[in-house]
Design a protein. Structure first.
Length: 286
């Protein structure tokens, strides 16, 4: 949302109307400079943040990467990889393709698209909060499975219907459909940080989160090649739809393969894999 707001402000200050416009000549550089300054400030601040007490108390692994790729941690990593592949794929489809789709195929002015996506991202903030709260109430695994179905069915349908109206587009209807696709495709990220952390024990949690979160970005990052391949079998403008369906199914299957984690208290009993921990309120073995 902040990025969309900042972009809208930049387009107001430096309009983008051709190669000689202020935004093309110099305005696009300002977001990069501001982003670098924010990242640098965050890095300086984070140097002062102490290590967690849970990690300090945990038994340290001499080879956390080796531990991560063996035993129960390996199973958790593979399952997280499937889930994250689905989330990255849907994120790429809705975030990377919708802006170009609206400006090129729908021929909407770039300023109109920017303001429309700004509204969509404001609504997305609520989506993050709602999904996070639901995950806390009914379980993260269950919530992700529901989100997978919604993305595969509702999100892909909204995207397909939006594309079908390209030749006779109404800007409000189109932006409403784009908002549905964006909110459904991205809101699930509101619980992923908690979920991935809960899938790994303290001695490999940092490695598990970093690798499980980032390694899965590789396959979805080739989405443009997948679109070109699908164009041999269907109209190119609809090729994003099967990728949305596939992403939703990966989320559904990946979540189903894993355990429920919202009962895990990271600050306590953090030495056993999630599958071996009792649910909250369940009797412990004597």
């Amino acid at each position: 949302m902040i990025i969309s707001l900042f972009t809208a402000a930049m387009l107001y200050i430096a309009p983008a109307k051709g190669l000689d416009s202020p935004y093309v000549q110099w305005g696009w550089r300002i977001p990069f400079i501001v982003g670098a300054l924010i990242a640098g400030a965050f890095l300086l601040y984070y140097r002062t943040v102490p290590e967690s007490k849970t990690w300090e108390r945990s038994a340290k692994s001499e080879n956390p990467i080796g531990t991560l790729f063996s035993g129960p941690s390996r199973n958790a990593l593979l399952q997280v990889f499937v889930v994250m592949t689905g989330f990255w794929l849907t994120l790429y489809v809705v975030v990377s393709t919708i802006p170009a789709l609206l400006t090129k195929q729908f021929a909407f002015p770039s300023t109109t698209v920017t303001y429309g996506l700004l509204i969509a991202n404001v609504i997305l903030i609520g989506g993050y909060l709602v999904v996070g709260l639901i995950g806390q109430r009914i379980g993260r695994r269950t919530t992700m499975m529901i989100m997978g179905v919604l993305i595969a069915v509702v999100g892909s349908s909204a995207y397909a219907y939006m594309i079908s109206t390209a030749n006779n587009a109404n800007v409000f209807q189109t932006m409403a459909l784009a908002t549905v696709a964006i909110v459904l495709g991205v809101s699930g990220w509101g619980l992923l940080s908690a979920y991935i952390n809960e899938r790994f024990t303290a001695n490999v949690r940092a490695s598990g989160f970093g690798i499980g979160y980032s390694l899965a970005v590789i396959l979805p990052s080739f989405y443009s090649f997948y679109l070109l391949g699908l164009a041999h079998f269907m109209p190119y403008r609809y090729t994003e739809v099967p990728l949305l369906v596939l992403g939703g199914l990966l989320i559904l299957v990946g979540a189903a393969l894993g355990p429920e984690t919202n009962h895990v208290v990271i600050a306590e009993d953090d030495t056993q894999p999630v599958l071996e921990r009792p649910r909250a309120g369940a009797p412990r073995a004597a």
